[in-house]
Design a protein around this ligand. Structure first.
Ligand code: ASP
Length: 465
């Protein structure tokens, strides 16, 4: 018999069916044995009655989390036992036969609705068990829905998703790069992308005009708060646009996600309020203000935009560095100061950040598509002419070969989903998250590699002390 999903059981009342899944709960009442069986679509109470003696024998051996194929008759539950708030709460499966598909050793922790109370290292080590819990299933399934909504929405708006390389070159996003040694070019290294920034801009040169990507980004940062070595962005870029166009599109997309997928949530203010950096600092003393009128309401979403950030800030060593993105264009009225490298601290950028409930969930800008102006940015930051050529020559060349004006944004998708799912940190919405120290406890990574691998790469490790 063909397996059916638990969510479809109530269309089969009175019929014999086969379901397959995991034993969530097992209650032996001597004469009768109850089991809750779980599959990806739901959970259903099953009962083995004394009249089915063979099945009763079989079920005695079964333990929680065993994987079973169960044959049974779908019965309506007596009125008093109906659980109206549970999918399949009005039916019960009367088991006639059990086939064990896989036995399970004692599981490391109980898979209840809220595994957050369990030691997190244990959850990360046995992530595949943790992910079976109802809450984690919702997190990964809703994550999928958000991403699918984004893809469909942007496709409707004539965007295309383009993949960009993972093995690439150091990019100046402001963090340390993850480095990959090259075997074929000994002594040379790739860097993993901190973001697809340069590629997406080059796709504008390439005439794509509307690009997006659900992109993995890698940043080798010290363990600070709620960060992961790799995280996911919705990255997008558009040609022939101004700041307003990018902000408007993103606002529409964010509202769409909430209204379609989280109808129980309320957006505090539409259109999203906007502040300049100066205003927001004066009013809230933060460039990520939590604007919620009621912070106890888990369903209240207070978005806002922050614009007009300073382009540069002083470094500890008295030089200048960019505040957000070196590829940003200054606001038009500050272009002259940039070109003359004057009043550097007062130059404002076209950067816009989008903030939700006090968390920065995205940021972007209109880009500097004039090669001379981009060169000035790097000069201000103290790069020598030959270094600018070496590191960014490809961008300058592209910008002199027909690059349209363009701009874009990237969202921290994990953070957005964390807030939508009412989770306290991004690890709860990243299926295979790493620890705060950047360790994957399930795969036991990072790990040593063999002498043979080191030799092939031409790497000699310094002796550990
Ligand atoms: N690439 C930038 C970042 O990752 C975002 C952008 O400006 O599009 O922060």
């Amino acid at each position: 018999m063909k397996r059916i999903y638990i969510k479809n059981l109530n269309e089969n009342v009175g019929k014999e069916v086969v379901i397959k899944g995991w034993v969530a709960v097992r209650r032996d009442q001597g004469k009768m044995v109850f089991m809750d069986i779980r599959d990806m679509s739901g959970i259903v109470q099953c009962v083995v009655l004394t009249s089915h003696s063979e099945a009763l024998e079989q079920v005695k051996e079964v333990r929680t989390e065993w994987v079973l194929s169960v044959t049974g008759i779908v019965n309506k539950r007596p009125e008093k036992n109906v659980k109206a708030d549970v999918v399949g709460g009005d039916i019960e499966l009367e088991i006639t036969d059990i086939e064990v598909l896989n036995k399970t050793e004692t599981i490391p922790f109980e898979i209840n609705d809220d595994t957050r109370k369990i030691n997190e290292d244990t959850r990360l080590k046995y992530r595949y068990v943790d992910l079976r819990s109802n809450r984690m299933q919702k997190n990964i399934r809703n994550r999928h829905k958000v991403i699918k909504f984004i893809r469909d929405f942007l496709d409707e708006e004539d965007f295309i998703e383009v993949e960009t390389p993972i093995l690439t070159k150091s990019t100046p996003e402001g963090s340390r790069d993850y480095i990959v040694p090259s075997r074929l070019s000994p002594g040379m290294f790739y860097a993993l992308p901190q973001s697809p920034q340069q590629y997406k801009q080059l796709l504008m040169t390439a005439g794509v005009e509307k690009y997006f990507q659900i992109a993995r980004c890698m940043r080798d940062e010290d363990t600070r708060g709620d960060r992961q070595p790799e995280f996911t962005q919705l990255d997008l870029e558009m040609s022939f646009v101004e700041r307003e166009d990018v902000m408007e599109l993103n606002e529409k997309l964010l509202i769409g996600i909430v209204q379609k997928l989280y109808p129980e949530k309320k957006i505090q203010q539409i259109p999203f309020p906007r502040f300049t950096y100066t205003e927001v600092m004066e009013k809230y003393n933060s460039d990520k203000p939590d604007m919620r009128e009621n912070k106890n309401d888990p369903n209240l979403l207070a978005f806002c935009w922050v614009t007009d950030f300073p382009f540069f800030e002083k470094t500890d060593r008295g030089g200048w560095t960019f505040t957000h993105n070196p590829f940003s264009r200054p606001k038009p009225e500050y272009m002259e100061w940039l070109m003359n490298k004057e009043k550097i601290g007062e130059i404002l950028t076209t950067q816009y950040d989008v903030v939700l409930n006090g968390v920065e969930i995205g940021g972007g800008s209109i880009r500097n598509h004039n090669p001379k102006a981009l060169e000035k940015v790097f000069e201000i930051m103290g790069h020598k002419t030959e270094d600018i050529q070496k590191n960014f020559g490809h961008m300058m060349t592209a910008f002199s070969l027909g690059t349209p004006p363009h701009g874009g944004i990237a969202w921290g998708l994990d953070r957005l989903i964390m807030l939508l799912q009412n989770e306290p940190n991004i690890r709860e919405v990243i299926p295979f998250a790493k620890t705060g120290e950047g360790k994957d406890l399930m795969m036991d990574s990072p790990s040593e590699i063999s002498d043979e691998q080191l030799r092939e790469l031409g790497i000699i490790l310094k002796k550990k002390n």
